[in-house]
Ligand binder design. Structure first.
Ligand code: TPP
Length: 636
């Protein structure tokens, strides 16, 4: 097994105050030990690796130069913050990352005063840093807002909305653009090309120009002057950049692994009287760990791995993943239909659309981290007679809600939403849980909302969505492996708004939406064993509801329980509304709704999360029995 590495200098540093007591000459060794420690920890836990490795020196330099936590440091996305966690009092828990009760894989306010802002969805850091900067300015307190944002995250509109507003923060706002020329996949679009041009052909200025640029004198001219000019070639280029047009001083590009350059530059940034300042730092994703450096995705996210060989633990063999099944089904549809196209927002491999892109490059679009644009772009394609599939994780589609309402639903445009990672997601925790999509979509007029109970159902749903031109249609499916259901040779065209009865009974009816169907069937077995004849229906559609089926079951059963892996306001709410609209409860029918709890569930093993959510078979059985006890006791 991976042994913990020897880290004599790092052992003396548990907070940034300890770090600031070191001499500049010691920082290189500290960074090396920090990198080794991070590799060792992630080898044991799995998680995000490449991004953190790329910012080891940057993390050391920022905490060395700035006055954290008074200066508020915000890591965009937060997946690169593991070295930051190690240096800010959390080293003793670093090997609990992403495990139940352990450290979060992102930054989290409740975890540390050094995490002033929770992150996980990208491109929020500049807005938040600006809020901190303005707040401390108005209150007359010390403190800057420092945002560290990747070139991938820089593709989202929110970053520009924030920069467009930043001028009044003055030198209290510092943006550090961490440019590793990677998102999860290679970055896309004009901005990425622009940054590459800045890096490769930037006009590098010497120290005198640098001194002139900053209003105040350089605090450590000797230190700076001692640097070799060619090393400092990546020093400071300025003039006419996009960022300057937006009101920033642009400083860079700087080699983000060269502490001798980083520290003095950041000191100058810290002491400059003007601002806001954007420091363009060039780093390498996966830096310092061979297997990561040579991996195509730079080991963005990894399973546990052997530090020596870099070999990752194999995910347990099992049925094909939902994502893979979706991608195959979509490719099959697109082979028959040249109007089918696919859109991802920076998640080609996560959504499986990389497979689609290989087959149909001209009909495949990776728009970068830009979910809002992805949705409206899909709406435009649909209005032009194309059949767009917009594949976005449930949690990231939240960001494009207005586009779903205003650009898609109101205009009744046939955009197909493939909603991956619907439901609980395990180690990524609350920020990534796909809890709300049924709630936020099924509330919209015109929208059709389906949930796949297994991978065969998913294939039918992809086919049904491809054929459906009457308006927007969404289908959701979870993270991970399917159930092993046999895949159909020919997909079925599902009748819109019709569910299916999977098991027929007489006393109890379980109405399931999506992948809790397996648990509902298990519960039915238990109930049957107790003499309670149980019907199980897979409703398939949260919208439109199969009102005929639901009405029939309500009129012929004593207890009806809805089961879904989604928030309050989803299927259960729609079924209750229908029942009350039609007066179906007036005769004493018992209805119960089972759904995710009204809390943000922390990261944990999926099994534990389901137990905590109360969505396993035993809890379904309990809910039914309680409802029946109420019946016989005449309560309610
Ligand atoms: N969409 C949103 C709104 N948030 C996300 N976190 C993601 C998608 C998924 N995601 C996590 S990290 C990442 C993406 C797409 C890439 C970020 O690239 P970059 O900002 O360059 O940071 P790097 O990983 O290269 O350090």
């Amino acid at each position: 097994m991976n042994a913990n590495p020897a880290t004599p200098l790092l052992d003396t540093v548990s907070t940034p105050d300890d770090l600031r007591r070191l001499k500049p000459a010691q920082l290189r060794q500290l960074a090396d030990e920090l990198r080794t420690e991070m590799i060792s920890a992630v080898g044991q836990t799995g998680g995000h690796l490449g991004s953190g490795l790329g910012v080891v020196e940057l993390t050391v330099a920022i905490h060395y130069v700035f006055d954290t936590p008074v200066d508020r440091l915000i890591w965009d996305v937060g997946h690169q913050a593991y070295p930051h966690k190690i240096l800010t009092g959390r080293r003793d828990r670093i090997r609990t990352l992403r495990q139940g009760g352990g450290l979060s894989g992102f930054t989290k306010r409740s975890e540390s005063e050094y995490d002033p802002f929770g992150t996980a969805h990208s491109s929020t850091s500049i807005s938040a840093a600006l809020g901190f900067a303005m707040g401390s300015k108005i209150k007359g307190q010390p403190g800057r807002g420092i945002a560290v944002i990747g070139d991938g995250a820089m593709s989202a509109g929110m970053a520009y909305e924030a920069m467009n507003n930043a001028r009044e923060a003055g030198n209290r706002l510092v943006v550090i653009l961490n440019d590793n020329d990677m998102s999860i996949a290679p970055p896309v679009g004009g901005l990425s090309a622009y940054l590459a041009r800045l890096v490769s052909s930037g006009q590098f200025l010497g120290l005198r120009e640098l001194a002139r640029k900053f209003a105040r004198k350089l605090p450590r001219p000797l230190h700076l002057a001692a640097k070799k000019t060619d090393e400092f070639a990546r020093g400071m280029a300025m003039g006419g950049t996009l960022f300057e047009e937006l009101g920033f001083y642009y400083v860079g590009p700087i080699d983000g692994h060269d502490l001798d350059a980083l520290v003095p530059v950041l000191e100058n940034v810290r002491d400059a009287g003007e601002g806001p300042i954007l420091v363009h730092v060039v780093t390498q994703k996966g830096k310092g760990y061979g297997p990561a450096e040579s991996a195509a995705d730079k080991y963005h996210g990894v399973q546990k791995f052997d530090v020596i060989t870099g070999e990752q633990a194999k995910a347990p063999a099992g049925p094909p993943s939902y994502t893979g099944t979706f991608a195959k089904a979509l490719v099959a549809e697109a082979e028959k239909d040249a109007t089918i196209c696919a859109i991802t927002a920076a998640m080609p491999s996560g959504t499986g659309l990389d497979k689609f892109a290989q087959m149909f490059p001209e009909r495949s679009f990776d728009v970068g981290i830009a979910e809002q644009h992805a949705v409206t772009f899909a709406a435009g394609l649909a209005a032009q007679g194309m059949r767009p599939f917009c594949a976005i994780y449930s949690t990231f589609l939240q960001r494009a809600f207005d586009q779903v309402v205003h650009d898609v639903a109101i205009q009744n445009l046939p955009v197909r939403f493939a909603i991956d990672r619907a439901g609980l997601v395990g180690a990524d925790g609350a920020t990534h849980a796909g809890s709300f999509d049924v709630t936020y979509l099924a509330t919209l007029p015109n929208m059709v909302v389906m949930a796949a109970a297994d991978e065969a159902e998913l294939v039918h749903m992809v086919h049904t969505a491809a054929q459906y031109d009457a308006g927007p249609i969404a289908f959701r499916y979870p993270r991970g492996n399917g159930t092993g259901a046999a895949l159909p040779e020919t997909p079925e065209l599902l009748e819109i708004g019709k569910g299916r009865v999977v098991r027929e009974g007489t006393k109890v009816a379980l109405l399931s939406l999506g992948t809790r169907l397996g648990e509902a069937l298990k519960a039915a077995d238990h109930l049957e064993a107790k003499g309670l004849s149980t019907t199980v229906a897979d409703l398939r559609f949260a919208k439109p509801l199969d009102t005929d089926l639901i009405r029939r079951l309500m009129l012929s059963h004593e207890v009806v329980v809805t089961v879904e892996e989604g928030s309050i306001g989803g299927l259960g709410a729609h079924v209750l509304t229908m029942a009350s609209d039609e007066g179906l409860t007036d005769a004493g029918l018992k209805i119960r709704t089972m759904r995710l709890p009204d809390t943000f569930q922390d990261h944990d093993k999926p099994e534990t999360q389901y137990d905590e959510a109360g969505l396993n078979a035993p809890q379904i059985v309990d809910t039914v029995l309680k409802a029946l006890r109420h019946n016989s006791a005449g309560v309610n």
